[in-house]
Design a protein around this ligand. Sequence first.
Ligand code: BES
Ligand code: ZN
Length: 865
Amino acid sequence: MADAASAPKDPETIRREDYRPPAWFIPEVELDFDLDLTRTLVRSKLDVRRSKSAEAGEPLVLQGDDITPASVKVDGAVRNDWTLVEGDLVLPLTGAAHSVEIEVELDPSTNTQLMGLYGSNDMLCTQCEAQGFRRITFAPDRPDVLSRYRVRMEADKAKFPILLCNGDKVAEGDGENGRHWVQWNDPWPKPSYLFALVAGDLVANSDNFTTRSGKPVELNIWVRDGDLDRTNHAMQALKDSMHWDEETYGREYDLGLFNIVAVSDFNMGAMENKGLNIFNSRYILADPEVATDADFDGIEGVVAHEYFHNWSGNRVTCRDWFQLSLKEGFTVYRDQSFSADMGSAALKRIEDVRILRAAQFPEDAGPLAHPIRPESYQEISNFYTATVYNKGAEVIRMMATLMGPDRFRNGTDLYFDRHDGEAATCEDFVVAMEAGGEIDLTQFRKWYETPGTPRVSAKLSHDPQTGSATVHLTQKIAQNGEKPAASELLIPLRTALLDPETGVHGGEQLLLLDQPEKSFVLEGYKDHPILSINRGFSAPIILESNQTAEELAFLSAHDDDPFARFEAMQQLMTGYLTAKVSGTPVDRDIILLAVAKILADPTLDPAFLAEIILLPSEAFLGDQMVEVDPQAIHDEREKLRGKIGLQFEKQFRKLYKSCAPTEFSLDAEARAKRKLRNVALGYLAASFTENAAETAFDQYREANNMTAMQGALGVLSHLEADERSIAFEDFYKRFKSNPLVLDKWFSLQVMSMRTDTLKRVDGLSRHPDFNMANPNRVRALYGAFTGNQVRFHDPSGKGYQMVADMVIALDKQNPQTAARFIPSLGRWRRYERGRSELMRLALEKIAAQPGLSKDVAEQVFKSLA
Ligand code: BES
Ligand code: ZN
């Protein structure tokens, strides 16, 4: 028995090629909820229609997960001839159309997975994507079955005064014994994953929006009493998004009501349920006292993202979960473009590429690599990945680059027109883009099926006699840890050749690398030009160029493409640091000179300045090395940081003073100052010239906003000074009743490079405010810690053990969130031998646990394979 229990089950693998259309359609769904925290009754009435393509006599199979039917009726008559097969309800039916009624009883208070119907604080809410609806009632829980929903909700009026669901509220009334009810109709057919309801004691920030065609829309953001004054930024973001989608994609909202609800216990960021978006409260609540500038941006981006799904996801949905990037990749591209338009496009691009490189490139180079349209999965929750999302967005961006804005818009117009009301595929999208955008994407399609990051080598040669410059390009991809081999993707590379004296160029070219190897000859260059390639990061590739440090320094000072300028500086610093770590002699002065030029450039936007003088992260540096030694990387990086701080002490002091805060504002200039001031403080602290503890402590005490406070605490967290503990204690006292700010308190401490950080992680995991049931708190502690390269990778292996033990404990209550921690250990093959072995052992320990969830099992066994 013990053996059988501990042996990993052979989990079922779902394959893209096995897709079959549904045997039954459900045009209408009626749901009746009798809601309570510990006992909820769900009555459903499904109008089932046999599909023409179904085999005769095929029974009706309705998915269920952890539920049992209390009663089943067909056409009004009680039936007992149903069976439960691996949780699913199998019901023999003879005719082509029936009415099926099912009753299910739930206890939302025990639902710790936060999938299906669950309690959060004193409210009830749902999360159905991808397969949570089957935890509420039996249904064909697949995205290609679209139904019109009519929902009646009933509950105790005092406990749950607000009852929300998808669509429009059509009736309401009071019942007996203090109960009340609301009837909701959603006119738009939708898949079950977009179903949602919320019941609770909530208050709304209400506003309205008139669509371009003149239709009024009521907007509500629902929160708990007391949080109302923190919803204005989210409301503004919502109205901006609605306007932007009309202007940019011609898409209007299609209901009279749009509700958003903020909940504290949520596995993800937010969810696009039709007419009733449900948000992790961290992506709604903000005011300057509790939210950083980055938090404000996060809210704007996530509100936009979920709103944009109303078209890219809801009106046109996915046929099956292999098509996830159809809605997620496209919608990430849309929210990125929106944020670029709302603020600085240059900074947004830098940030998006940083995320891609931090999250997606390592995934693509590791054991969990998959194409943006995966071929198979065991647990779909594991495929909401940086690849599907962020690389997916890059693929859409490349299409936009290839077509130009007008043809891209024609393509998306055709896509929305053609597939409105349908469950579509990635292929449908590409076909529509080809027709609408007048382009042949035959070769481009390879991006949908190819895992791995292409490596493009670029070499420039010049003939002074003829004045021709030749760009030689090759492309390769490494797969399954093998050596890179020639590849044949269509890679659009925005390119310019800069005059070596002035840095000026005569216009950008779009080079299309569509073969393993290709050369482009460009005429009219008297002198050997400087190559600026993959400008704006036009393709998600790793560039291998033989550019010298001098050329990179030149680009960092002169390139007119802001991303390319930033990138040149990053490459310059990366080249230096990786050489130092591997013991290769290398010149540092050229970096100091480049930084000096940047600091002396009066034309630079201060926010861009703050960005471009930052060193590449320890994780990014590790990704560039054959074998990662986190301590060596950390030491070299800190040395360079200290040297830059020392060398430019005067400048940083001046910047620190000139960026001193005035009255709080969210405008670009005020934000840029806050950002630059924190960067200057970081360098001053790194140089040890300044009494950093004192300066940071003063900044903490005087701060009138969370960006300055967090910046100060970030610096203090690394120091041995008394000011550190005083500030952290003060912060705790001040904010202990605000969970979102307390999350920062947890994170900041475990991001410290101090050697006692491991002990602190252990201590904080026992802190009375630590709570495994709250995903935000778990991520605040362990997510921040696994990102702390030098301390998570402590050579003792204690960091790995703590994370493994947490995963084992969390898996029992919330598998989806537990599984998200596996990749940090899963990269074990990339580290030097000692750490590598200890990481593997931590994975083995998880793998040996009896009763692992499908979520964790898939990630662990794939990582060890
Ligand atoms: N549809 C997802 C939410 C989701 C993800 C539900 C995974 C179930 C499983 C939503 O649109 C989304 O993508 N949210 C992101 C934030 C977004 C800005 C990228 C998230 O929750 O992280
Ligand atoms: Zn999404």
